[in-house]
Design a protein around this ligand. Structure first.
Ligand SMILES: *Cc1c(COP(=O)(O)O)cnc(C)c1O
Length: 465
């Protein structure tokens, strides 16, 4: 073993070899960085020898191939595109909404240039980033005023902190939800400094429960969209209209509704779910609402706050507005997304489009895939009817009829095929159903089909070897 370790060439010798300069050129990598990687490879080889995992043959070429692997990895981004073949439109783990073409173009434009983010072009004076999308949000929601923060979780915290700190906020026990990665209404409330006053029971809360809880210390009544769960059976929740009625004789009481996803497009019209559109919620006279930018709205991550001017103005002036502020790329994407709604072109937004795709349209994509892939030795394909989920913690009880391809294979189990697809480039994430891989074409675009075909061809090749 000592002999083997002695055979490892010293770094200064490797630095002189032709391969060193060749790799540096091929990967456009500075010598200093390449030397660092070379050092790591030498350590790896040394460790492998000590563990008895490596004999002495061809040490230099092993060191160089190890170094080249490291070079490739150094260049590869960690955040990668993924093909979502699960049919779940807002997959929280897969980055939620895809942006529209227009939104992407605007992001690129704003990111590559200086912009009027905080500059008023007309007067030549300092402007406010809050003005960028406020008029648009007012237009599409009918609100008196609006602002945008980092995400909806931030919006909830911000609103509770601004208006509820040191005071009481009333919430129904049926709405004390936990949403995704540890966002709990009760914990957020605690962090914000507002005192939670729970009313009602898990399944039923009445207007009189709120009445009885109203006190001098009450700053706010908060209604929370239960988003990712649904109570059925013997249930009752108090409507936003009824909550607004609590304001009679209590001018200072704020009624705030966290809408969760929030929609600007009326999906109920198309028979999908029962999500109220933001415009209609605001018509009830509720003081403030907030909702996400990247759920059913189909835009970038953002928390949109809309409502009465006096409250929004107060929020804008708060110290936290700076802490939670949104960057120019998000504003660019959000503006383009909201404009699509204002122009009645919501269907240009991928999330909205994918929600509304008919089974026929989904089937077209499945057939296109079959035409492209042709006969394969180890796979057989079957077109089946499935149900797509909306996801993103929205509409948990809603499924949309869709078309999928069920993959049959004698060579691979469903799990090992799913693993191979996931680890490929690009990564393909699928659903397994009845021990078969299922490709739901609702969330696969026409543009992704050639890549999906390629992914299966690669697996076919490695399996035949
Ligand atoms: C999703 C959701 C949030 C959090 O929104 P993000 O945009 O993910 O920060 C807050 N409240 C409700 C009711 C939600 O559904």
């Amino acid at each position: 073993m000592k002999e083997l370790l002695r055979n490892i060439p010293p770094i200064h010798e490797l630095q002189k070899q032709h391969r060193f300069f060749q790799l540096s050129k091929k990967y456009d990598m500075e010598h200093a960085i390449l030397t660092g990687l070379l050092r790591i490879s030498l350590d790896t080889v040394r460790r492998d020898i000590l563990k008895g995992k490596m004999d002495g043959t061809d040490l230099p070429s092993r060191i160089w191939s190890e170094t080249e692997e490291l070079l490739k990895r150094k260049r590869k981004p960690c955040l990668l595109p993924v093909i979502n073949a699960t049919g779940t439109i807002l997959h929280t783990n897969l980055g939620r909404a895809r942006l529209s073409r227009e939104a992407i173009d605007r992001v690129v434009e704003v990111a590559s240039n200086y912009s009027n983010l905080e500059f008023d072009i007309d007067s030549g004076k300092r402007g406010s980033r809050h003005d960028i999308v406020e008029d648009l949000i007012k237009e599409v929601t009918g609100a008196e005023a609006a602002m945008v923060v980092n995400n909806n979780a931030a919006a909830v915290f911000f609103i509770l902190n601004t208006f509820g700190k040191g005071k009481e906020v009333i919430v129904s026990r049926g709405q004390l939800v936990e949403i995704g990665g540890s966002f709990r209404i009760s914990s957020i409330m605690e962090e914000s400094g507002a005192k939670l006053v729970e009313v009602g029971t898990t399944n039923k809360t009445h207007l009189r429960d709120y009445y009885e809880a109203l006190a001098d210390e009450t700053a706010m009544v908060l209604k929370v969209h239960t988003s990712n769960f649904k109570t059925i059976g013997f249930t009752q929740a108090v409507s936003t209209e009824q909550l607004v009625s609590l304001k009679e004789g209590r001018e200072e009481l704020i009624v705030y509704e966290d809408l969760g996803s929030g929609v600007l497009y009326d999906f109920t019209q198309m028979g999908i779910g029962e999500e109220p559109v933001v415009q209609n919620v605001l018509k009830t006279g509720v003081d403030i609402v907030s909702f996400s930018g990247d759920k059913l709205l189909g835009g970038p991550q953002a928390g949109i706050i809309a409502g009465k001017k006096e409250y929004i103005e107060k929020l804008k002036k708060h110290q936290l507005a700076r802490v939670l502020r949104v960057d120019k790329m998000s504003f660019a994407a959000l503006e383009a997304t909201l404009q699509a709604y204002a122009l009645n072109k919501a269907k240009d937004i991928p999330t909205v489009r994918d929600m509304l795709l008919s089974e026929e349209e989904v089937k077209e994509k499945a057939i296109k895939f079959l035409d492209c892939i042709g006969e394969q030795e180890i796979f057989e394909w079957e077109i089946i009817e499935v149900e797509s989920m909306v996801g993103g913690g929205t509409m948990p009880d809603v499924t949309i009829p869709s078309i999928a391809i069920k993959v049959h294979s004698n060579n691979l189990t469903a799990q090992s095929l799913a693993d191979k697809l996931r680890k490929g480039t690009p990564s393909v994430v699928v659903r397994i159903q009845d021990q078969h891989v299922i490709l739901d074409f609702r969330t696969i675009t026409h543009g992704e089909i050639p890549k999906l075909v390629e992914a299966f061809r690669k697996i076919e090749l490695t399996c035949r070897d």
